[in-house]
Design a protein around this ligand. Structure first.
Ligand code: IPM
Ligand code: MN
Length: 359
């Protein structure tokens, strides 16, 4: 198969982890006989620095004309004081919208080798395998009006949380379809005791749920869901939620399974899928060669599965990551007192070697 990809390394640790993810992708392609064609483009702070635009037209053009996009991370303190549309994050939000990527799949899987990494006791976290389905193009992230206005000292800021029934229905279907292939449980997370958006959300999700009689549907307020996620993470299967709640809960899920650096994501629903680790650009450790590349590498697995239906190849990447961790490979975020930390590139190299020489 020919895999035409655009790679957007972005900011901070984005380029370092993406480099390792691409090496793993090349190794998998070699092993299974696929051809890879890559073009690399700028996004976020890197694009602002070069073109004063966090998402240049050339980047959009490359993305829409490829079969999938692999992204590193976006965000840089250098632009913290820029107006919203000239912040790195604006580039990420726009590319999600340009690609029609309304469904953000964020698996949080606990690796058995990492019992000493979770802040939770092993008997609590063992068996955790959660699929967070985050709505990605609606809610307060995109709702209009939005503004900051007024004189210093008396400014007023406005954001709008907005959802249409169609937006809720399409993301709910993604969650139910995924649940059908898993443990057949969907937990819909909202704040229906306070927000109209959440009341509509609950209504529509309940209606869609009637088409999936085999799936056990539950509802939970987001505050309570946050508590349950640390108390009983192993009981979760598919979590269905709106944009901002999903942003927050997915970082929390990263903490639960041992490190945010492990979490991958797929942003799908449109013609071209976008794959990126859940972690941010981590400017504090950028350039040091210590970032965990596994979130990016596992995003390659999601890319193979969701954009190309290459299930064997995806499973190969995921199985290899589990093996490498089982053999004791730990980047600094996972090392603790028991292990010596290895670098970003050494972690990547171990995954590549294991892909090339299956045991
Ligand atoms: C994420 C990130 C982004 C988000 C930021 C960088 C805009 O935190 O992908 O979770 O909030 O969606
Ligand atoms: Mn986030």
């Amino acid at each position: 198969m020919n895999l035409n990809l655009t790679v957007l390394p972005g900011d901070g640790i984005g380029p370092e982890v993406t480099e390792q993810a691409v090496l793993v992708l090349r190794a998998v392609a070699d092993r299974f006989g696929h051809q890879i064609h890559l073009q690399q483009k700028l996004i976020g702070g890197a694009a602002l620095a070069a073109f004063n635009d966090p998402l240049p037209a050339d980047t959009i053009q490359a993305c829409v004309s490829s079969s999938a996009v692999l992204l590193g991370a976006v965000g840089s303190p250098a632009f913290d004081h820029n107006p919203g549309h000239l912040r790195p994050e604006a580039g990420l939000l726009r590319i999600r919208r340009e690609l029609g990527a309304y469904a953000n799949l964020r698996p949080a899987v606990f690796f058995a080798a990492l019992e000493d990494c979770s802040p939770l006791r092993a008997e609590i976290v063992r068996g955790t395998d959660i699929m967070i389905v985050r709505e990605l193009l609606g809610g307060a992230y995109f709702g209009q009006p939005r503004s900051i206005e007024g004189e210093a000292g008396a400014r007023i800021a406005v954001n709008t949380m907005r959802y249409g029934e169609n937006e809720i229905e399409r993301i709910a279907r993604v969650a139910f379809e995924l649940a059908m292939k898993r443990k057949k449980k969907v937990l819909s997370v909202d704040k229906a005791n306070v927000l109209e958006c959440s009341r509509l959300w609950r209504d529509v999700v309940t209606r869609v749920g009637k088409d999936y009689r085999e799936v056990k549907l539950g509802h939970q307020y987001v505050d309570s869901a946050a508590m349950l996620l640390v108390q009983r993470p192993a009981e979760f299967d598919v979590v269905l939620t709106e944009n901002m709640f999903g942003d927050i809960l997915s970082d929390q899920a990263g903490g639960v399974v041992g490190s945010l650096g492990l979490l991958a994501s797929a942003s799908i629903g449109g013609p071209v899928g976008l794959y990126e680790p859940v972690h941010g650009s981590a400017p504090d450790i950028a350039g040091k060669g210590i970032a965990n590349p596994l979130g990016a590498i596992l995003s390659v697995a999601m890319l193979l599965r969701h954009s190309f239906h290459l299930e064997r190849e995806a499973a190969c990447v995921e199985g290899t990551v589990a093996d490498v961790l089982a053999k004791g490979a730990r980047t600094a975020d996972l090392a603790g007192k028991m292990h010596k930390a290895i670098s970003t590139s050494e972690m990547g190299r171990r995954v590549v070697e294991a892909v090339k020489t299956p045991s």
